[in-house]
Design a protein. Structure first.
Length: 373
């Protein structure tokens, strides 16, 4: 029996971890046992019992309640507490996800205790080392034992950095989650759906590089406000709400600002939207999963294959690029005295992110490597 200690700290990581947790507790219950640790990096009121029940996610075995703080303070506190848990639980392997401070702290704690580290979503690079996420990714990859890459591009990034042992392309675990919850969402009705008209684009905007910079935020808001013929829906992030109030900015009535939504509601919105405008790495991928064109409000992206294939366009915070992208992605046509969006999609949609079996491939790889030693 292989004991896995899984480290998560933010809600997207719980959704990714749920894929493996379900498999461990069903298909692989005779091979693995999991101890799930939540660092408490992101406190979220949605991290309640209802959230875990609705998402069918196992509750954490331990919550470290680290909370917010500077990057150094937060990472250091996590490192101390995770080390204590590892010494107590004595796992065979420590599993970390993505690129948060929790990811790096978990990898460091395990590595220093000579426990194998498995990094899910290894090899992603934006090549912007000013981003905390990029620092976390690079450092975690260089101390990991098993590196599970979502794409061929991710593997190539690792090889360029001299990492070629324990590297495996398994597909994207969020694709697994998206397929599972997408079917689940079809059986549910959401309050948000009763308040929306058809033919809208979905907007998400929350990254610090956009919200903390007046010039960038003003340019984005200005451009979107000028595109009055396009109806948008914007589940507003608390950080963005505060930034808009601080800078005295706001959106026009053609962009419907709604309260933040949960993961299931977000999937529903992505399914219904004509196209997606975002600065989120996760939403860029989900747009691709749902065959929706994406306009990305960033200067770089980790998901370069979506750009190269024509499904995603990087516009940064340039007003001119935003307006041009809207015109290229979504043509407006008159129908029954109103404008409707006719979306332009590339002809090909390659399976960049695997076949929805990343979780199985990860556990099979770990099982093979650990039981063969």
């Amino acid at each position: 029996m292989i004991k896995i200690l899984s480290i998560v700290g933010a809600r997207p990581q719980f959704i990714k971890a749920a894929v493996l947790s379900r498999l461990i507790r069903s298909r692989y219950r005779t091979d693995f046992v999991e101890y799930l640790v939540h660092t408490g990096q992101h406190y979220d009121a949605n991290m309640s019992e209802i959230f875990f029940q609705e998402m069918m996610i196992p509750k954490p075995d331990r919550n470290l309640n680290v909370g917010s703080g500077t990057h150094g303070k937060q990472t250091g506190e996590m490192l101390i507490r995770i080390e204590e848990v590892i010494l107590e639980q004595k796992p065979d392997i420590v599993l970390v996800y993505g690129d948060t401070n929790s990811t790096l702290a978990g990898a460091l704690a395990a590595s220093k205790l000579h426990i194998p580290v498995a990094h899910v979503e290894a090899g992603l690079r934006s090549f912007n080392m000013e981003m905390p996420e990029e620092q976390n990714r690079v450092l975690t990859d260089h101390i990991s034992t098993f590196l599970f890459c979502p794409t061929e591009v991710a593997k190539k990034n690792l090889i360029k950095e001299g990492i070629d042992k324990g590297v495996e392309i398994v597909g994207d675990i969020m694709f697994d989650a998206s397929l599972f919850y997408r079917e689940f969402v079809k059986t549910k009705s959401f309050e948000v759906g009763k308040k929306l008209e058809d033919n809208f684009y979905l907007l998400t905007l929350h990254r610090a590089e956009n919200t903390d910079d007046y010039t960038r935020l003003h340019s984005i808001v200005d451009a979107l406000n000028s595109l009055v013929e396009y109806k948008g829906v914007f589940p507003i992030h608390p950080r963005t709400k505060k930034a808009l109030e601080r800078f005295g900015l706001g959106f026009g009535s053609h962009i419907k600002v709604i309260e933040p939504v949960g993961f299931l509601e977000m999937l529903w919105l992505e399914e219904k939207a004509s196209f997606i405008v975002t600065d989120s790495g996760g939403v860029q991928k989900e747009a691709y999963f749902f065959n929706k064109p994406c306009i990305t409000l960033r200067d770089q992206t980790e998901w370069v294959e979506t750009v190269k294939s024509g499904w995603n366009v990087l516009v940064g915070a340039s007003g001119e690029k935003i307006k041009r992208a809207f015109k290229e992605v979504a043509e407006l046509q008159s129908s029954r005295s109103k404008e409707i969006i006719v979306v332009s999609k590339p002809k090909n949609h390659p399976a960049f992110y695997g076949n929805g079996d990343a979780g199985i491939r990860i556990l099979e790889y770990i099982k093979d490597k650990l039981l063969s030693n």
